[in-house]
Ligand binder design. Structure first.
Ligand code: BG6
Length: 519
């Protein structure tokens, strides 16, 4: 007997296949230090509101802002509403969702150094627990100037807010970047936080890990069997990781001038992406299993010697130029940036992961501000075929295969390969096979902060940087910064805004007979 075909209603919805049941966090309160700052308004409050909209926040979720400005609950609620109206991914604000969300927003006004402020905070949290049934579950969020982190953490410890109320409740703390300024300061900061909070309470946030496409690196590699066998030194010629931005420093001159591109982007976001690309498969998807493998990659990157720094790094700083047809000032002319500054706004680096899988495969990183377009991607270029069956004398060699993982915008994955041009001759031309998230899933990706804050509420630290990862990344980056200190910087500015960076960066890769990808 022929099996009858399933009716439409019985067919599984391809968009829902494999979707796991979502967990909703337990009732809790999130306390934001630096509640009146830019990150809170642009990212944190809109992220929480969007989660409320999608019913992912726990029932009776409460938020407490802690900052110096003279607000009260009502004025802070109004500020929060303004932020949502301005920055939320989904607008206009839905009154029913806002009514529920907004009424549970509170404010504690205090200087970060004032012990009274922390006592007031403890009282406010106890009252919320009583009224809302949040049971002592607390998520602290450090979104202040990093100089304030030690003061806040120690004061929380002094009033016992680091401790859980009972065996069923939890207390966690999210720490924003920059996590230290160099290796010694990162070690010190880790020590200070660890003197109050246990490592499993600490969530070091890197918003790149909250991006869908960055998480998809793991899925692509470990949920498919066809790519992993090629993912090694035998087949991969080199890897390029690029994060290019059109934006300049956007009013953040004082912060950026202390950081530069290497601290702002390489130490955190790019090292995280690199470790996901190069890690070994973990034995399971538990937070520590994943992070154990990531940190091994970072440990396999030897800090650069001063000679390596000269040979394998290039610094750049933008001068005036054009972005999207509009003139823009040079970095030295940006607001609150010293006119003689030698801070880099661009960096290109060649690294090696010295292990069995990757020995000898160069990994080229480049990132910069005021480049011609915003794009972040990782590309693996494969080795050429061993024998050029179709090569014609006098013609350029056939282009190598490239697998490009596009992190943003236009999120997706493309594979370049050679195909025969239709016709009587054996002409080969590169073509691409493309996957685009938007087309295949038809939903816009949520903001990275939405996912990460929720994970912290759920106690899942897989997508947060562990202490050893941060320290190891700093060890690599600090070796470069130290090497730079030994040599005069290049004559800055050395690239025009709206161009792809200094020509020395082209030389860095062309010396090896390779080229930056055209983006
Ligand atoms: C931040 C940096 O961490 O990341 C910024 O401080 C940078 O300078 C930003 O612009 C880039 O993030 P995204 O998500 O826009 O790629």
């Amino acid at each position: 007997m022929m099996a009858s075909s399933p009716s439409q209603a019985e067919l599984p919805n391809p968009l829902r296949q494999g979707i796991r049941q979502e967990r909703v966090p337990e009732p809790c309160t999130m306390i934001i230090f630096g509640a009146t700052g830019d990150l809170t308004h642009r990212k944190l409050i809109p992220a929480l509101y969007n989660q409320a909209l999608e019913r992912r926040l726990p029932p009776n979720f409460n938020m407490v802002g802690f900052a110096r400005r003279p607000y009260n609950d009502e004025t802070f609620q109004q500020e929060a509403l303004n932020s949502i109206n301005k920055f939320s991914r989904r607008r206009p604000v839905q009154p029913a969702v806002w009514d529920q969300f907004g009424k549970n927003i509170h404010y504690v006004q205090s200087d970060f150094t004032n012990p009274e402020g922390y006592k007031k905070l403890a009282e406010t949290l106890d009252k919320i627990d009583e009224e809302s049934g949040t049971r002592g579950n607390r998520l602290f969020y450090l979104s202040t100037n990093p100089d304030d982190y030690p003061t806040i953490v120690q004061n929380l410890g002094k009033v016992g807010l680091d401790k859980t109320k009972n065996s069923n409740s939890w207390v966690r703390i999210i720490v924003e970047k920059p996590f230290g300024f160099d290796l010694p300061s990162a070690l010190k900061l880790n020590e200070t936080i660890a003197s109050v909070f246990h490592e499993n309470q600490i969530y070091r946030i890197d918003h790149y890990l909250g991006k869908e496409t960055v998480q998809n690196i793991l899925v692509f590699r470990f949920a498919n069997s066809i790519f992993e066998p090629l993912w090694n030194r035998q087949y991969v010629d080199h890897i390029q990781i690029i994060v290019s931005e059109e934006l300049g420093v956007e009013g953040r001159g004082p912060y950026y001038d202390e950081s530069g591109a290497i601290r702002d982007m390489v130490q955190n976001h790019m090292m995280q992406v690199l470790s996901l690309i190069c890690m070994e498969p973990p034995s399971n998807f538990e937070a520590n299993a994943v992070r154990d493998e990531k940190v091994k990659v970072l440990r396999a990157i030897a800090p650069l010697t001063p000679d390596d720094v000269v040979e394998r790094t290039v610094r750049g700083q933008y001068g005036p130029g054009m972005i999207n047809g509009e003139p823009v000032p040079g970095y030295r002319e940006e607001e609150r940036v010293p006119p003689e500054t030698i801070t880099e706004t661009y960096v290109a680096i060649k690294l090696f992961v010295d292990n069995w899988r990757w020995a000898g495969v160069p990994i080229y990183l480049r990132t910069g501000k005021r480049l011609p377009k915003r794009t972040s991607e990782v590309a693996l270029q494969f080795k050429p075929v061993p024998h050029g069956l179709f090569s014609q004398p006098g013609e350029p060699p056939i282009e190598p295969n490239v697998l490009a993982l596009q992190i943003q915008p236009n999120e997706g994955i493309s594979l370049k390969f050679g195909a025969k041009v239709p016709g009587p001759t054996m002409n080969i031309r590169p073509v691409t096979m493309d996957f685009r998230f938007g087309q295949s899933f038809g939903v816009a990706a949520a903001d990275a902060y939405e996912r990460l804050i929720l994970d912290a509420m759920l106690g899942d630290s897989t997508l947060f940087a562990r202490r050893d990862e941060v320290e190891q990344a700093w060890a690599i980056v600090t070796s470069i910064i130290d090497g730079w200190k030994l040599h005069m910087p290049p004559k800055f500015p050395n690239y025009e805004a709206g161009t792809w960076g200094p020509h020395e960066a082209d030389e860095l890769i062309e010396r090896d007979g390779r080229r930056w990808r055209r983006l």
